[in-house]
Design a protein around this ligand. Sequence first.
Ligand SMILES: *Cc1c(COP(=O)(O)O)cnc(C)c1O
Length: 367
Amino acid sequence: MPPVPFLDLKEGYLELKPDIDAAVSRVVESGWYILGPEVEEFEKRYAEFCEAKHCVTVANGLDALVLSLRALNIGPGDEVIVPANTFIATWLAVSAVGAAPVPVEPDPRTCNIDPALIGAAVTTRTRAIIAVHLYGQPADIDPILAMGQKHGLAIVEDAAQAHGAVYRNRQIGAHSDAVCWSFYPGKNLGAMGDGGGVTTNRDDVADRLRVLRNYGSREKYINEVQGPNSRLDPVQAAVLSVKLDHLKKWNARRRVLARRYLDGLTGVGLPYVPNWADPVWHLFVIRHPKRDQLQSELTELGVGTAIHYPVPPHLQQAYADQGFSKGDFPLSENMAGDMLSLPIGPQLTHADQDVVIDAVNRIAARI
Ligand SMILES: *Cc1c(COP(=O)(O)O)cnc(C)c1O
């Protein structure tokens, strides 16, 4: 690992070691290894945290999206509006239910889907919009909800990067029909393996998700629909319950780190935060026209960075049969070319962050 790693997950474990070890032992010794009390306890607590009526956990964030779309009856022949710039899982979920992802470009300042461009993408086949709170920055959800009302569309949020984010003084978690979470280890609330969940205020959506995630079964060996096996592991649920108690504190550290970057960096493009947004800084993403050179020089100086994401979904081989070409979504393509994520994990020390700031400023002043 470089002297200043992009993210060191083991540091997070070491900070909470006694509590995490105790939680894992508790599950192992309970003899209860699928669903059950640990999963229910985490669901109850995460729903409360999100100010949502329900939380239904699943095996991972991709399944949270796929099963939410299924719960909302979206399938073959339907179109779903998605951000052109997102982690590909947002698109893969739409494709997995047999629907077509219809990309919309971001607002170039916030990097989240531009609500003003959504109208032009709506057709008679459009059934839903997925808003992604990318990098932990809340998307502008009110105009998207209004668009949903106007056209009779379901609204789904991909909140995989936004645990604890606040939009217009309300916690992200129940604005729309289904809010989808990933508990992948590197997320703001991360397990020690895969995990996912959906929060919602809709009783019918929560009920369908509970049936869908468990082979389409409500009662053992009685199957209402064809569903996958997509359950959160109780060991992961127990770990997540421990980590949930520290999420606000860890997000607060990220906010301090973000403030220090915003105040200290020069010569690079910085993230923009609208006054209605309280982001949780899953990633701190800067922009520079010579991004690749900046990254390789930082690597030489021992500063770990990452690119989120180097290839937009429409240019991935996985979507080669959809007829997209280079130039179709120029804002997203530019972002893929000039964005660079700096270390911002909650265990990053200010001293190490100063090394990053100094290195970026010196390189940016020269290249
Ligand atoms: C991580 C992530 C997902 C997928 O979550 P997994 O748990 O890895 O399946 C989906 N969307 C976004 C925006 C993500 O960052």
